[in-house]
Design a binder for this molecule. Structure first.
Ligand code: SF4
Length: 360
């Protein structure tokens, strides 16, 4: 296809036509600077048509870095004896959540590895207690990212105050999934989103860029995200971690994540798309917002002994990922922080629709 074909596809997306897998693959393959600039311009215009120049901020509380799994890409995999482990107390978690609320975030993201101490056997109530305690302490929506849960846990998670459930498949290619997440069940992970929606929660899906997937795999994932009915979609660049089976694999150029994000915006025009501070730190904010992102995630208060997921230390203790610093940065990007009422209105309308769809 030539530039004319690109213009035709971008026009189709702008007028809300549904893109085919071939068209999505074509867009994901763009390399040329001018073509990519056109793609980003359209993605940004679609974002602004739907959300204006406003962004939402997500505060991140990674409260346990213990995990029973051995994902090939992850620093916190169980067999990495050199990774930094901690488990925050309920009191610490509440304090962190309150500090983030005071700083003006729109949501508290409670994340953990699959830590048996929070979610197994006799301790199966511990995760619920954390969610409930945070819900009692802050007036903000809560996202839970606890890894895989049993189906019968979802109603309780919802009742404890979980508004969003995040669980990234990383890829929708089953063979690649098995290599990335050895001894984990593809369908069980996929169903986390199904069960969360049935229990009344909003859901997030995500893929990793540069883990051995093809461009068509990326296109397939973008289509699957639509079929899954999730409200938030993300793409994050693979970053090699020491002491993991993938430590010698190199990251792809960040441009590939940005192009994927922009194509997601063309296909999923009304969904939330995060720009994570966990990949390039704060310097990666501008290109991600310009590629169509409208949420800033992984905001972390400094000096609290917290880690990031993909980049355990990047920009954290320096305070660069703190809410105050992000706010100052946004002033220079012609982006404003949305009022909390706008975020609440958005997620409440989605929840009402979810209820109608589940009842139907
Ligand atoms: S990606 Fe999550 S589930 Fe996998 S090892 Fe890391 S913390 Fe555990």
């Amino acid at each position: 296809m030539n530039t004319t074909a690109l213009d035709t596809i971008l026009d189709k997306a702008w007028y809300q036509g549904s893109l085919t897998k071939e068209e999505i693959t074509f867009l994901l393959s763009l390399q040329d600077g001018e073509d990519v600039t056109k793609l980003f311009r359209t993605a940004r215009a679609i974002k602004e048509r739907n959300f204006g120049n406003r962004v939402f901020l997500y505060g991140f509380v990674y409260f346990s870095t213990y995990c029973r799994n051995n994902c090939s890409f992850c620093f916190y995999r169980q067999s990495n004896k050199e990774s930094f482990r901690y488990r925050k107390t309920k009191e610490d978690i509440i304090q962190l959540a309150c500090a983030l609320e005071d700083a003006g975030v729109h949501l508290i993201d409670l994340t953990m590895g699959e830590d048996p101490l929070f979610n197994d056997g006799a301790r199966s109530e511990a995760l619920l207690e954390i969610v409930q305690a945070v819900d009692d302490s802050v007036e903000l929506p809560i996202m839970a990212s606890p890894g895989v849960l049993r189906e019968d846990r979802f109603a309780s998670m919802h009742d404890a105050g979980t508004d969003w459930f995040a669980c990234y498949q990383e890829t929708h290619n089953r063979d690649l999934f098995t290599r990335l997440r050895p001894h984990q069940d593809y369908d069980l992970r996929y169903n986390q989103k199904v069960w969360a929606q049935r229990a009344g929660m909003l859901t997030e899906e995500g893929i990793m860029i540069g883990v051995g997937e093809t461009i068509r795999d990326r296109a397939e994932s973008i289509i699957m995200m639509g079929l899954q009915g999730v409200q938030q979609v993300r793409a994050m660049t693979f970053v090699p971690q020491t002491n993991t089976p993938m430590e010698k694999k190199r990251s792809p150029p960040f441009r590939e994540e940005l192009v994927t994000m922009a194509v997601m915006r063309l296909v999923h025009q009304n969904k939330l798309i995060p720009a994570s501070l966990d990949i390039e730190g704060v310097k990666g904010l501008r290109p991600r917002l310009e590629a169509g992102a409208n949420v800033i995630t992984s905001i972390i208060p400094p000096q609290k002994g917290l880690a990031g997921v993909a980049q355990p230390e990047l920009d954290i203790d320096t305070g660069e990922r703190s809410p105050t610093n992000i706010e100052e940065m946004l002033e220079g990007l012609n982006v404003t922080i949305a009022p909390l009422s706008e975020y609440r209105g958005l997620i409440n309308s989605w929840k009402r629709r979810l209820t109608v769809e589940v009842l139907a």
